[in-house]
Design a protein around this ligand. Structure first.
Ligand SMILES: [Zn+2]
Length: 437
């Protein structure tokens, strides 16, 4: 096959400090050097005209739920990977709260083999912290590390037993892999379904106090300090959480953190009794929390943006707000949502791209090659997007099996046009034509 040229796009690569118009050449799955003399015509190359578009490293998602094995009616590794590709992602890390959970090398191997056969992008598994996600006994972390997990998490549930968390962080220090913390004190959450405050009182829905998150972040930062282990806080959603992480980093504690697109852009006012698609954990909070999350992201207190893509079937969400499961199907609206921050001048475009590419790559490390860079010789994982294209979210057209989004019918500005995974075009908007085929 002829090499591929992405011609005349606005290339942004935070790892090389590139932020200028240029061409990217892809040959045999890798980023290829530009031969100054060569004629980049459709006779010799396949050509994508990227004028007016942003060309950047493929997005990397450290936190998603692919539901396989066990809940293939909600999502599969195949459909989840296609949905991610449509959202501009070329590497996704899947959480282990499947049925059965990914708590031993056999289940990790199962996910890896399905991914190798059926996924259109790179899928990297996360292993459980505790056997069966029961919070009682540590998994065999040495065996899971050998089987290739990029970190450990009982996500969906916190690790309530502090001693077990200490043990996990001890291993983390020795292995250099992160413990990914679903920071929630479920005794404080109780039967809460949304942010605790005036609105929850008005709606008559039980609330979740911000302390539910803050208490657990505080405990786990103390344990990270005690052990020297690497704590990664998942889906930070509160102002108090951001401040705790800020102090911990200043004190030299090894902690990284992520925030989701929905927690950066939506508040509790999206919650209505008739729309369980705004029901998510942690819950959508307030404008004050959003401002703290954006500041934290800009200042490096929060390292990355991760989707927490959590697909559910229609039937699951077609119940009373109180009964509906928590979760938002997030891959396909992530960029459009996040670009609203750029368009409003709240987040520089280059910062946004680094939080989706080079920063998550640092957390994954180099065991799977150097990800998140357009350096010559690296795997050609590339996202091309139109920063200004407006479109209306139509959940029924999601590639994901999960149509559960509070954004259905919303107008977003910013759309993925082409996703290239290891040199292969895995998603292409209808309006994009590749010349020279
Ligand atoms: Zn979680």
């Amino acid at each position: 096959m002829k090499p591929l040229v992405i011609h005349g796009g606005h290339v942004i690569d935070p790892t090389q400090g590139i932020d200028e118009t240029g061409d990217i050449i892809i040959s045999e799955g890798k980023i290829s050097p530009r031969d100054r003399e060569s004629d980049l015509s459709p006779t010799n190359y396949r050509v994508i005209n990227a004028a007016g578009l942003i060309v950047c490293p493929g997005f990397i998602d450290l936190h998603c739920h692919l539901r396989q094995p066990g809940d293939e009616d909600k999502e599969t590794i195949a459909t989840g990977s296609q949905s991610a590709a449509k959202g501009g992602y070329t590497t996704i890390c899947c959480m282990p709260n499947t049925t059965p959970p990914l708590d031993n090398p056999d289940t990790i191997d199962y996910v890896k083999s399905i991914a190798a056969r059926e996924a259109v992008i790179r899928v990297l598994p996360i292993g459980c912290i505790s056997k069966g996600r029961q919070g009682k006994e540590l998994v065999d972390m040495d065996k899971l590390a050998q089987s290739g997990v990029i970190g450990y998490s009982d996500d969906g549930s916190p690790v309530l037993n502090s001693r077990l968390m200490r043990q996990a962080l001890d291993y983390s220090r020795r292995q250099g892999l992160p413990i990914i913390d679903h920071a929630e004190d479920i005794t404080l959450t109780g039967d809460g379904v949304m942010n605790e405050g005036d609105l929850s009182a008005r709606l008559g829905l039980p609330g979740i106090p911000t302390a539910s998150e803050e208490v657990m972040i505080y405990r786990d930062l103390a344990l990270a300090e005690l052990t020297g282990g690497w704590l990664h806080i998942a889906h930070v959603a509160t102002r108090g959480g951001v401040e705790l992480i800020r102090q911990a980093k200043a004190n030299g504690i090894r902690v990284t953190a992520e925030v989701t697109p929905h927690h950066l852009t939506l508040t509790e006012v999206r919650v209505t009794l008739s729309n369980p698609n705004a029901k998510v954990k942690p819950p959508l909070r307030t404008q004050r929390d959003i401002q703290a999350l954006i500041s934290g992201l800009k200042q490096g207190v929060i390292d990355i943006i991760a989707t927490d893509h959590a697909p559910h079937s229609k039937a699951d969400k077609k119940v009373d707000f109180a009964q509906a499961p928590f979760g938002i199907s997030g891959f396909e609206t992530a960029l459009g949502s996040l670009m609203s921050l750029v368009h409003r001048g709240e987040l520089p475009l280059t910062t946004l791209i680094s939080k989706l590419t080079s920063e998550p790559s640092k957390i994954i490390g180099t065991r799977y090659g150097k990800l998140g860079s357009l350096n010559v010789g690296e795997p050609a994982d590339i996202t091309i997007f139109d920063p200004d294209m407006e479109w209306v979210v139509d959940a029924s057209k999601f590639v994901s099996k999960g149509k559960n989004t509070p954004l259905d019918g919303d107008r977003l500005k910013g759309k993925v046009m082409v996703t290239i995974s290891q040199g292969k075009i895995v998603y292409q908007d209808d309006s994009i034509k590749v010349k020279g085929i």
